[in-house]
Ligand binder design. Structure first.
Ligand SMILES: C[S@@+](CC[C@H](N)C(=O)[O-])C[C@H]1O[C@@H](n2cnc3c(N)ncnc32)[C@H](O)[C@@H]1O
Length: 264
């Protein structure tokens, strides 16, 4: 299968790792929240983790440092080389067609591929492959963009289009896909996964933080903004109706253990 030339060009110009690690408040929240939600669901280390779309390895790094055995698969060669450069196991590959054997990992992460698969058949393929390579009883965690969160952004000219179609079409780049949160659940269930939770990573304060960035010209909005936004996101975890306010979603699911039947 062709390995997405437009994706390679999209990531070719920048440093994807910096998105989460440069001290930008929005990036720090994404990293902290991904870590805390995953840590609440991961099996103890050492367990094996396939990080599909793992990029340059920000999550693979802390997981490895915590004792997990992590392997990255990503279609962008630059990401694979960056990850290898810090000693991580990383290989070129595509979420829709994984080389890994059935049931061969305790955990499969897909923290990014679903944004880049605008066709439902591509997303279904990625979910099916995650279900196939995780062991029975194992964990699958997948990130997605939420199509309704842009409605809170006063500066987004295409917010209504995105909310309506789920598609953000760029003139000079790949089309990005935004989920309805219930669609994200349905996709996971369709692939045979159960025990499903969907979390808002940034929580309700995301667009307020973006507005602050624009108003102040700063990316690091300080400790008070960080703590306030994190507290709001953690509060929202207990109120599922608030999930639509968060731009980034994290679905956490399990492949049913052998001999169990998943209820809907
Ligand atoms: C927003 S980045 C996230 C990187 C990393 N997982 C993180 O959370 O920091 C999305 C990643 O998905 C990868 N990706 C895009 N399409 C993919 C596909 N079909 N299969 C696997 N990975 C894909 C990109 O190359 C990129 O590394």
């Amino acid at each position: 299968m062709a390995l997405l030339p437009d994706i390679t060009a999209f990531y070719g110009g920048g440093d994807e790792a910096a998105r989460l690690t440069s001290g930008r408040t929005i990036g720090t929240i994404e990293l902290v929240r991904t870590q805390e939600i995953l840590r609440a669901h991961l099996p103890p280390s050492p367990a094996s983790v396939l990080d599909v779309g793992g990029g340059p390895g920000v999550h693979a790094r802390w997981l490895t440092d915590s004792g997990y055995q992590v392997r990255i698969v990503d279609p962008v060669e630059q990401h694979v080389l960056q990850a290898r450069g810090q000693g991580l196991a990383a290989y070129v590959g595509d979420a829709r067609h994984l080389d890994q054997a059935d049931g061969s990992f305790d955990v499969v992460l897909m923290l990014g591929p679903l944004y880049h698969l605008p066709d439902s058949s591509g997303r279904a393929g990625a979910w099916r492959e995650a279900h196939r390579v995780v062991r029975p009883g194992g964990l699958v965690a997948a990130a997605a963009l939420n199509r309704y969160a842009k409605l809170l952004d006063l500066d987004s000219p295409n917010a209504l289009d995105i909310a309506t179609t789920g598609l953000r079409v760029r003139r000079d780049g790949p089309t990005t896909y935004y989920h309805d949160p219930s669609e994200l659940r349905a996709e996971a269930r369709q692939a045979g996964l159960g025990d499903l939770g969907v979390y808002g990573l940034h929580g309700p304060a995301f667009e307020a933080l973006r507005g602050e960035e624009r108003r102040t010209g700063k990316k690091d909005l300080g400790a008070k903004a960080l703590e306030t936004a994190l507290a709001a996101a953690r509060f929202a975890d207990g109120h599922p109706e608030l999930v639509v306010s968060s731009l980034h979603l994290l679905a956490v699911a399990r492949r049913p253990a052998v001999g169990t039947v998943e209820s809907s």
